[in-house]
Ligand binder design. Structure first.
Ligand SMILES: *[C@@H]1O[C@H](CO)[C@@H](O)[C@H](O)[C@H]1NC(C)=O
Ligand SMILES: *[C@@H]1O[C@H](CO)[C@@H](O)[C@H](O)[C@H]1NC(C)=O
Ligand SMILES: *[C@@H]1O[C@H](CO)[C@@H](O)[C@H](O)[C@H]1NC(C)=O
Length: 349
């Protein structure tokens, strides 16, 4: 979670080299909407997020009092839901195990938790756990699912949903939160069929990614930005996989103006992908956090920049529903710095 000196100079060089080109696809009618504080005022970061038509769900994460001075990395089992109708947060039956960097998705009235990272409470190491669970919303009940196949346990993957299937691209196997600690990024791509309860493997990403954006538009799985073996090693790639012809492999598109890992990402309509914030900003005035709002036009294959986020943060997963991108919680310091900020981004189509 902390920023280490080793590759900072590389990042500075890359930033200086990347001059933002004027974009042929800009849109200016956007707005931010402030929403009721997460969990009724309980900050959260590095949680999994899932959305239905009626609610947003937050699964696990690092707890409200987490900070970088703690001797062991913390994980929580909290499970919070926000009702669009009531405009309130409610605590639900906790997830069966404490997780951070949780992979989560809502499919057919159920919330799936497919792996994540967890700590042992004794050191500053989060390691992957492939445990999977499903929550039946109507019954308010958690059930254990078979674990992810051997060697595929991970957290912080790009998550996409299409039909009954949940797609996970990349992810993280181990995060040692100390100087020169390992930060193991993966390139594996897998799919969980919620009907048959089976996993399958898809073509690997062109390079490893974790803390990465994921979304499906039409039948294309977009995997954007992220990092590769370490927090400062932020990336600007935009990759897609055609889920109807996966054997064609991953295709590269226009790159994000600002390379970022730990970003949050969502979709508006079937045309725009919004990317927000991130972690690993080398600017000493930034607390290590990016404030960028950058939008990708899927149709024109180009990016445009909008003004900075009003509440810059990293380490949260956004939810796209009702034409808005909702951003719950996140961190305002590099590493742990959870907040209860909840806002949403709108872009006129
Ligand atoms: C994306 O990152 C690569 C590697 O640092 C760099 O060469 C390229 O210019 C960047 N692209 C943009 C659009 O800034
Ligand atoms: C960090 O958290 C621990 C445990 O919650 C607390 O005792 C300590 O005072 C906190 N330190 C800082 C710098 O906030
Ligand atoms: C966004 O972050 C950059 C780099 O840290 C900083 O220079 C700029 O002032 C920030 N913008 C706003 C509006 O906070």
């Amino acid at each position: 979670m902390k920023l280490y000196a080793a590759s900072v100079t590389l990042i500075l060089a890359a930033t200086a080299a990347a001059s933002p080109a004027s974009s042929p696809c800009s849109r200016s009618n956007f707005r931010w909407v402030n929403l009721p504080a997460v969990g009724g005022g309980a900050p959260i970061q590095e949680q999994g997020t899932a959305a239905t038509e009626t609610h947003i769900y937050l699964l696990g994460g690092i707890p409200h009092d987490a900070n970088n001075s703690q001797p062991a990395v913390p994980s929580t089992n909290t499970f919070e839901a926000y009702s669009f109708k009531e405009r309130t947060w409610k605590s639900l039956t906790p997830i069966p195990k404490a997780f951070t960097h949780t992979n989560a998705a809502a499919v057919n009235g159920k919330i799936y938790l497919l792996g994540g990272l967890t700590g042992d409470g004794v050191d500053k190491i989060w390691h992957a756990v492939g445990d999977c669970f499903v929550y039946d919303i109507a019954k308010d009940k958690w059930t254990t699912l078979p674990s992810m196949p051997d060697g595929q346990g991970r957290g912080s993957s790009a998550v996409g949903i299409s039909g009954n299937t949940i797609y996970l691209a990349g992810g993280m196997e181990r995060l040692e939160v100390f100087e020169n600690g390992a930060q193991t990024s993966l390139d594996i791509v897998t799919a969980y069929d919620t009907k048959s309860g089976t996993w399958s493997t898809l073509p690997s990403l062109p390079a490893p990614r974790d803390h990465v954006g994921g979304a499906i538009i039409g039948r294309r799985f977009f995997v954007v930005g992220g990092r590769d073996h370490g927090q400062p090693n932020v990336r600007n790639t935009t990759w897609t996989l055609d889920l109807d012809a996966p054997s064609r492999g991953w295709e590269a598109h226009a790159e994000m103006p600002t390379a970022r890992g730990g970003l949050s990402m969502g979709v508006i309509g079937d045309r725009y992908i919004g990317t927000f914030g991130g972690e690993g900003n080398p600017d000493p005035a930034s607390n290590g956090v990016y404030n960028e709002t950058e939008v990708y036009d899927v149709k024109k294959d180009c990016w445009f920049k909008l003004p900075a986020m009003p509440h810059p943060r990293h380490g949260t997963v956004a939810a796209s529903v009702h034409g808005r991108i909702y951003i719950p919680g996140g961190g305002i310091l590099i590493g742990a710095g959870p907040v209860d900020t909840f806002d949403a981004f709108e872009l006129d189509l």
